[in-house]
Design a protein around this ligand. Structure first.
Ligand code: GRF
Length: 293
């Protein structure tokens, strides 16, 4: 039962138990405070029943939620509990249902600095929201970033990804309409590419069509650029098709390659470009597509 709940919430085991603790502390504190408040108001068994009920309901409906948010914040889980509250208010129809937002899934395998930037950028965005992070590597940095922003994480397994339904069903359940690859190292199966035709975006740390294709990822790209004595490198944001790094180019930005660059210094310069341009380029592509449909 715990495992299922943990999966539903998309949390790591450690965070799951912290969240669990926050719920436990909230329950106990609310019960204690309710008793305290009733006594403070001078209420006892002889007080009017509706008066007693009113206080209890207030503590349960309002007090509990405020205490929950406070414990959540104290335990470093503000984003999770804030999202939880907003969801509850939407269910109770106190807040209007989420507008027809375009929902994104970010696929990432590593540190996830691009994913983090995208989550930041779309936090509170009027029409676009990151609804899911998909990861194939346990312990990858991106998982912690997702938890910080209260975004569920789907951990995927090789067998099901390549030889099963490629998790298409799960993406549909989350109403994902765009997929963003931000340092995702597995080749996306054709079935998934077809399902998100012109709605799947990748970022590549070089100026395609040069230095792309199979095996060209991470440091390999920067090493190849330096070995060829290039004076310039950059980033390419492109649509994904069934061939590695060959989809339509949406955006490119370049930066100089300095004579004393190492793969690491060049990578840092490229990362800066990525962090500046990736999220707005995704937004531009989505808004353009939405305005056509
Ligand atoms: C980026 O350089 C991106 O171009 C490439 O993978 C890297 C991911 O970096 N596809 P990070 O995990 O976002 O920091």
């Amino acid at each position: 039962m715990f495992k299922r709940l943990q999966q539903k919430w998309g949390l790591s085991t450690k965070t799951f138990w912290i969240v669990f603790l926050a719920f436990g502390l909230t329950g106990t504190t609310t019960a204690f405070l309710t008793r305290y408040v009733t006594r403070w108001l001078g209420m006892d068994a002889n007080s009017e029943w509706y008066f007693r009920l009113g206080v209890r309901l207030f503590m349960l409906l309002i007090g509990y939620q405020v205490i929950l948010l406070s414990f959540g914040a104290l335990l470093g889980q503000w984003a999770f509990f804030w999202k939880y509250e907003v969801k509850l208010l939407r269910k109770l129809r106190i807040l209007p249902p989420e507008a027809n937002k375009t929902l994104l899934a970010i696929f990432a395998s590593g540190a996830g600095s691009n994913a983090r930037r995208i989550m930041e950028y779309y936090h509170g965005h009027a029409t676009i929201s990151v609804a899911l992070v998909v990861c194939n590597k346990s312990g990858a940095g991106v998982v912690q970033h997702a938890e910080k922003w209260g975004i569920p994480v789907l951990m995927i397994e090789k067998e099901r990804f390549f030889h099963g339904d490629a998790y298409l069903e799960v993406l549909r359940q989350h109403r994902i309409s765009w997929v963003v690859l931000a340092g995702f190292l597995w080749k996306v199966p054709d079935q998934l590419v077809a399902a998100y035709e012109r709605k799947m975006i990748n970022i590549h740390p070089a100026l395609l069509p040069s230095y792309g294709g199979k095996g060209m990822y991470g440091e390999h790209v920067h090493k190849a650029v330096l070995a060829a004595g290039e004076k310039e490198s950059g980033i390419t944001i492109h649509l994904v098709n069934e061939h590695f790094d060959e989809g339509e180019i949406l955006f490119q930005a370049s930066c100089p390659v300095e004579p004393n660059d190492t793969p690491q210094t060049l990578a840092a310069r490229i990362h800066e470009l990525e962090h500046r341009h990736f999220a707005p380029a995704i937004e531009k592509a989505i808004l353009a597509a939405n305005s056509k449909s």
